[in-house]
Design a protein around this ligand. Sequence first.
Ligand code: COI
Length: 356
Amino acid sequence: GISNARAVRVDSPLSSVPSEAVDIDWDALGFGLVHTDYMYTMKCSLGGNFSNGELVPFGNIEINPSAGVLNYGQGLFEGLKAYRREDGNILLFRPKENATRMMMGAERMCMPSPSVDQFLQAVKATVLANERWIPPPGKGSLYIRPLLMGTGSILGLGPAPEYTFLIYVSPVGNYFKEGLSPINLLVETDMHRACPGGTGGVKTIGNYAAVLKAQGAAKAKGFSDVLYLNSVNKKLLEEVSSCNIFVVKGNTISTPEIEGTILPGITRKSIIDMARDQGFQVFEKPVTVDELLEADEVFCTGTAVVVSPVGSITYLGKRVTYGSGGVGVVSQRLYSELTRLQMGLVDDKMGWTVEL
Ligand code: COI
């Protein structure tokens, strides 16, 4: 199991968190780890319930070499963000969606999971304990990374006997080095991230290791990332390594349907609702490579990437560009509306933000 020799129980995080300003250049934030003050941990045995969660100083964890997560990949992660509003209040974006997605993933990965309420309480406590690391309004957000992992020892293949739920946070800026400029994607035609019946539809850690090889090769050629195709006939779009994909044609927006191999993104779901609300016809359906190449605009969505416009797609050596290098109007409009809502700059008629 996990232990942390320097762990100090923080019974009253609100009164004991350091409040001095942190020494950080908010304008230089990218998507890299910045160590913060506290992390949250909570344990559970197989067949039991999570309890006694606590905030401990952020730092390394100790783990048995035979832990299920290290040997057999029994692990899940989540990602969500906290924003600082102009009035000083803190906003979370649809955190309950992350809690329920983790529960669904845990079921697929044979792990116990915190309840929705435990998840939400833990996220709130962790954000408040690290409040001074939330970027000022307009400078980025506090990325919250919940982990669920089989930390108990297991040598023969099976579910681990003990589990740890852990949350750490880091202030972040833009995910892609391009910032808000359009990214260049390579369609991967050999390797796949998921297959029918597999785990592509849950946020298990192995899905992300599986994309590193194709992603690395694409980056070495100057691409921002890779777009995956379905493994059955390589004709349908799935997703990008770290985000979902949308294609725009006239007043129609299409995105691959959720059928088991695609991660059900919370930003994806939100953009679908927002676009419909704005009068677009939105389809969740099989999307072909041909539709991608003939689109007016293409963009990606994700918690980390937010809404990222795509400037070009390269497929079998052929490069198609969109919007002559600039950000597409639909992408720009959806990006603005989403981020203004997340930052608390517009009225939240959807009821998506949670104030701390
Ligand atoms: C997120 O968008 O939060 C993700 O989980 C993607 C991750 C690869 C950064």
